[in-house]
Design a protein around this ligand. Structure first.
Ligand code: FNR
Length: 182
């Protein structure tokens, strides 16, 4: 394994389409890449008063991101933005001031939604945040995925209809990470 990628899923739902997408798309990467979903559901609500004594879950989360060569965000859209749980995780990783774990990590942004615009607004909001956090983020290709019948096959892999698009996305993300990790 040459590259470790932390996968951050913006949904806590048991049967989350985004979690399924995250689990399926990583199978399209070459074997030099290892992907690990990082838990965010156990993080407390961010409170600046806790900066000096962060919870164990916060320390674990930050260590996992810090150890990764890149970050893959796979998020639903909630009310035309990212879910609060994801923003909470982003805030945790960014603090205390000067000790952000995000800076410099090559990022990819993906999302699937039941709505017609396939998380476009959420992805744009996320890009705004991670740009501020100094994450070099792949801009093309984009992938706005609509949750529909056949998106996944019966064993949870990407279905035939979306395979070409998502393989192309992953090929570019792999190259993006390789370009930014020295
Ligand atoms: C949604 N959903 C949604 N979809 C969308 O395309 N645009 C939106 O703004 C919203 N807003 C929204 C708010 C809230 C609070 C919920 C619970 C849902 C629908 C959303 O796409 C759908 O529930 C997905 O299945 C969520 O992703 P996961 O949990 O399946 O990964």
């Amino acid at each position: 394994i040459q590259y470790q990628i932390a996968v951050v899923v913006g949904s806590l739902r048991q049967d989350s389409f985004n979690r399924k997408l995250a689990s399926a798309i990583v199978k399209l990467a070459p074997s030099a890449f290892a992907f690990q979903q990082v838990q965010i559901g156990d993080l407390p609500l961010y409170n600046q008063d806790d900066d000096a004594s962060p919870a164990e879950t916060v320390q674990r989360f930050k260590a996992e991101i810090a150890a990764a060569d890149g970050v893959l965000f796979v998020t639903p859209e909630y009310n035309r933005s990212i879910p609060g749980v994801l923003k909470n995780a982003l805030d945790h990783g960014s603090r205390p001031y000067g000790q952000s774990v995000w800076a410099g990590k090559p990022a990819g942004v993906l999302g699937v939604s039941s709505g017609a615009i396939g998380t476009a607004m959420a992805q744009q909001h996320l890009r705004n945040i991670i740009s501020y956090l100094d994450m070099p983020t792949m801009t093309q290709p984009e992938a706005y995925i609509h949750a529909r019948e056949g998106l996944f096959d019966e064993v949870g892999n990407i279905g035939e209809g979306s395979k070409k698009l998502l393989q192309n996305w992953m090929d570019h993300y792999v190259a993006w990470v390789q370009k930014h990790v020295v």
